[in-house]
Ligand binder design. Structure first.
Ligand code: PEP
Ligand code: MG
Length: 358
């Protein structure tokens, strides 16, 4: 057994010495962060903050959605801020000075609200005696209903529409970072499609960081095709790009991430459109082309632009190989995939030696 462990260790060390890509983890809490480090993660490439608004905190999100005055909204945000600060503090502590990319809240609001049917039934059964909050929640659920929530009010759009939401998160990140010695925060804006969206959020974030006296990178996800195609402009306002290839694949192919695959993927496999689902292995001709365009144009604007990937593809060997060739700086994947990513990144560097694109 000892011999096997030593052999694995030797192979990993060889891969690590060869690779040019850094390997980070997708982790949303201190436990995952610690696990990621045990597997050799060099940082967190994606901390999804939406998970932090579930459980007991749903109540506060409901208050935020139901707020009818700026005062009510501020009260709800003020209640969330210390909780968020504690979340980020734990993660910074677990990462001990390694970079942590924190993505501001992304998903559609309805995910935090009660189910429409259940609530309708509850309100209808209660009749005259229905709880006032339930009635207001039901009205909000109806108001926020979208036919295509994944293409709707989420990501940066949410941040622009709800004043103070992103600012609350940025302040919590800044204060957590200032409380943990050596903390390295990177703030990431999701679902950006136009530089104006990013500029607005970045300026607000920069002002808060300056006020708290904390240094942090501010960057964006590239996960909407338009963002990839206008990367030269977007890089004016971003210090890093992280490719969100889950959404980028969805929007490039026009496939739904959530439900459509089973209906026709077997036909596509039969036709040879792809050998494996493009959600599993990065489609070089389409999605990959967008990644290359964004990398080249982004770096033309900002030569030191940092580039990473944090979609599921960041843990897939063939996609990691592509990321090496496209000149990315890091891949970020689930903690359990880190050893595979380290090996593949090393292999890609050895195989591509001499024929490097960078
Ligand atoms: C992505 O879209 O690739 C991504 C990493 O973000 P999420 O999966 O949370 O939408
Ligand atoms: Mg996404």
């Amino acid at each position: 057994d000892d011999e096997l462990v030593r052999a694995v260790h030797r192979i990993m060390s060889h891969a690590d010495a060869s690779r040019r890509l850094d390997v980070r983890a997708n982790a949303d809490n201190a436990e995952d962060a610690a696990r990621a480090r045990r597997f050799g993660a060099q940082g967190i490439g994606l901390c999804r903050t939406e998970h932090m608004f579930l459980g007991d905190r749903r109540q506060l999100v409901e208050d935020l959605v139901l707020a009818t005055s700026p005062q009510e909204r501020e009260r709800a945000l003020a209640a969330l801020e210390p909780l968020q600060k504690a979340d980020f503090t734990e993660i910074f502590q677990a990462m001990e000075g390694l970079p942590v990319t924190i993505r501001l809240i992304d998903p559609p609001l309805h995910e935090f609200l009660p189910d429409h049917t259940e609530l309708s039934v509850k309100v209808a059964l209660a009749g005259e005696g229905a709880d006032d909050k339930d009635r207001r929640l039901l009205a909000a659920v109806k108001r926020l209903h979208e036919q295509n929530p994944m293409l709707g009010l989420r990501g940066v759009r949410l941040g622009l529409v709800i004043p103070g939401l992103f600012a609350m998160q940025v302040r919590a990140i800044a204060e957590a970072a200032s409380a943990v010695p050596g903390a390295r925060a990177e703030i990431m804006i999701p679902l950006v499609a136009a530089v104006q969206e990013l500029e607005t959020v970045k300026d607000e974030a920069r002002a808060i960081l300056a006020e708290v006296g904390v240094e942090a990178l501010v960057g964006t996800m590239i996960e909407v095709p338009r963002a990839a195609l206008t990367a030269g402009q977007i890089a004016e306002a971003a210090e890093f790009f992280s490719f969100g290839t889950n959404d980028l694949t969805q929007m490039t192919w026009g496939f739904s991430r959530d439900d459509v695959e089973a209906a026709f993927f077997s036909k596509y496999l039969e036709l040879g459109v792809f050998g494996v689902s493009p959600f599993e292995s990065l489609d070089r001709d389409g999605v990959g082309r967008l990644v290359r365009i964004a990398a080249e144009e982004g770096r033309r604007t900002r030569p030191d632009l940092k580039l990473g990937i944090c979609g599921e593809h960041g843990g897939d060997p063939d996609s990691i190989h592509f990321c090496h060739q496209a000149g990315l700086d890091y891949v970020s994947c689930s903690p359990f995939r880190i050893p595979v990513a380290r090996l593949e990144a090393g292999r890609a560097a050895l195989v591509c030696e001499g024929s490097d694109t960078r």
